[in-house]
Design a protein around this ligand. Structure first.
Ligand SMILES: [Zn+2]
Length: 215
């Protein structure tokens, strides 16, 4: 989630500190609703990703999902990011929500091609639906963020860390290097793989830990 985990073409979730104060739950100035996605197929893919997440995990952890000019609202370093998940902050950003880069929603072909490029580079864990992947990945961050300070999450954290360390020691086929950035990216990619049907013993183990702790 940290900015250090972001790189060109990455989804770049985060760098934004949690702030529970509701008055800082602001949306970026360029934010527009999903209905502003001109391409009907892309719009449907985004909406289906949200539905899929809701079906698999029993709800949507973040209701604010908007299209944003990321470079304008988050800075030039986010110009190439696909989407960000922000949690409200105390420094330069007070935004909270999942924000998809308008630079890509305006160019669906480019969007899909660039995510596939990240598959080819071994960055993302490859899936068959690049757009769905990006949205579910950010929703997965939002899910964990909304739970991570709970007693159940604190209880589950050591086991999740252990699983992450085990996974890191092995070179797993079907996983990209993004999941190696930190435990948060591992969890986000694992939940994405789970939701998209490319499960393995690691995604299964993670789901088991989460379910055992009502997460
Ligand atoms: Zn991420």
């Amino acid at each position: 989630m940290a900015k250090s985990g972001q790189r060109k073409g990455g989804t770049g979730a985060g760098g934004v500190r949690p702030d529970r104060s509701a008055r800082f739950d602001l949306v970026p100035s360029t934010a527009q609703g999903l209905s502003s996605i001109a391409d009907p197929k892309l719009r449907k893919e985004v909406q289906e990703a949200i539905s899929r997440f809701s079906t698999v995990f029993g709800g949507v952890p973040e209701r604010v999902v908007k299209v944003v000019d990321l470079a304008a609202d988050f800075g030039a370093q986010f110009a190439d990011s696909f989407a960000v998940q922000a949690e409200g902050g105390v420094n330069s950003w007070y935004y909270r929500g999942i924000f998809i880069n308008r630079a890509y929603t305006d160019n669906p072909k480019e969007f899909r091609a660039r995510v596939r490029e990240q598959y080819d580079l071994g960055w993302f864990s490859p899936t068959t639906k690049p757009v769905r992947h990006i949205i579910i990945h950010e929703l997965a961050h939002a899910k964990w963020s909304s739970q991570k300070n709970s007693r159940n999450a604190r209880k589950a954290a050591p086991e999740i860390s252990k699983l992450y360390r085990q996974w890191r020691r092995e070179k797993r086929p079907g996983w990209g290097n993004y999941a190696r950035v930190n435990r948060n990216e591992f969890v986000a990619e694992a939940l994405t793989k789970h939701a998209m049907g490319s499960r393995d013993r690691y995604t299964k183990k993670l789901m088991k830990i989460l379910e055992a702790n009502n997460l």
